[in-house]
Structure formats: C-alpha cells, structure tokens
Design a protein around this ligand. Structure first.
Ligand SMILES: [Zn+2]
Ligand SMILES: [Zn+2]
Length: 208
C-alpha cells in the first residue's frame, strides 16, 4: 500500500493554548502550498466546552476559496472513558473531519472498550496516534479484533509523526488485514507541516 506524502491529515491551529501563535489558517495554507502538499486536514483540539469553535470554523472556511491545497476541516477530539467523543454534538455530523485520539491515560480494559466505541462512532473518520499506554500491551488477537472493527466501520488509522505511532506490532497486523492508513504530522508549528521524516521507517513498513 502506498501512502500519499503530499497529504497531511492532522494539523492544529492557534486556537488551542499550546500551538505556535503564527499557526494561523492562512499561514498553514501558505506553508502547505510551499511544500507542494495537495491535501491537508485542519483539525484543532476540541472539547464539548470549547467556546471558540464557530470563530475557528469561520476563519478556516474564509481561507478555503483562496487555497490551492484541498482542505478538510474538522477537529481532533479525545476519547472519553465511556467511549464517547469530547466534541460538541453539532459537529458530530458528516460535514466535519473528526480524529478521535486518547489524551487521557486509562487502564487497559477501559482503554480497549472505549476505543471500540470510538471506532463504532459513525462520525469519527480517523483514529489518531494509536498506541497502548505505558504499562500494558495488546495481544495479536486483541489487535486483530480492532483491525476487523476498523475495516467494518471504515476508519482510517493515522501514522503520526509527532508521536511516531502506532507501534510496529499494530501496523504489521493492520496491514495484513487491509486496514487503511494515512499520514498526519500533528503539527503544532508551521515547520512541522508535511514533515514525515521521523516516521520514514513506518512508511517503509507499510509500503514494502
Ligand atoms: Zn492528539
Ligand atoms: Zn493532534
């Protein structure tokens, strides 16, 4: 399977409290064009309580007509302990590109069951930076079960260059099952956009 290195499907914006201040929608698009990317996803961190979301959507939407790069607009939302997604209901619809990721440590049982719920969520497009927490691992058959669900529910597994994830064990099993992958830099600064150098070995593993 070939991965498209001209697509960066996980880029943050400066609406969160920890990205570079110059990570604006217009700068993201300019840098993506300079780097000859063809498609990007702008996926700011969201919570159910976020109060900046309308401004963010308006801001990015106003830039889209000027962009030579195709843009998907959405959010990265964390997977909650019951498998719900920490995203305001109104954005859980087909109009937005949603990455579901773990940002809280759960014990294995809870991690596994909440992940299964996230995979089944019809409004989630991608599982971001997937990896077990330090302190537990998964058996091959536990990973295979996830792979089957990912395929059944048409989810993409992100190959994330910020965290260098998923682990090779996951990638090998998912690849053998035919799970779909794409690349995400998880950029929190302009220089990170479209930079997949840290995951060259994972890209090679998938493409070989
Ligand atoms: Zn994340
Ligand atoms: Zn992220």
């Amino acid at each position: 399977m070939l991965l498209n290195k001209q697509e960066d499907m996980h880029i943050h914006c400066n609406y969160n409290d920890h990205s570079d201040f110059d990570l604006t929608a217009s700068n993201i698009i300019r840098v993506a064009e300079e780097k000859k990317l063809t498609r990007i996803a702008i996926t700011e961190h969201v919570r159910k309580s976020s109060d900046w979301t309308e401004k963010y959507l308006e801001d990015v939407n106003s830039q889209i007509p000027k962009s030579r790069v195709k843009i998907l607009l959405g959010f990265e939302a964390k997977i909650l302990q019951d498998g719900e997604i920490d995203c305001p209901e109104e954005y859980l619809c087909k109009n937005y590109f949603i990455i579901a990721s773990f940002h809280t440590k759960y014990p294995k049982e809870q991690w596994y069951s909440s992940l299964i719920e996230a995979i089944k969520n019809p409004f989630v497009n991608v599982i971001g930076h997937l990896a077990p927490e330090i302190g537990f691992s998964l058996t091959d058959s536990e990973i295979e079960k996830l792979g089957n669900l990912l395929i059944e529910h048409h989810k993409i597994v992100e190959i994330n260059s910020k965290y260098v994830r998923p682990p090779i064990q996951f990638i090998n099993i998912f690849k053998s099952q035919g799970v779909s992958f794409h690349l995400g830099s998880d950029a929190h600064s302009l220089k990170d956009i479209g930079d997949f150098n840290r995951i060259n070995h994972l890209i090679n593993l998938i493409e070989k």
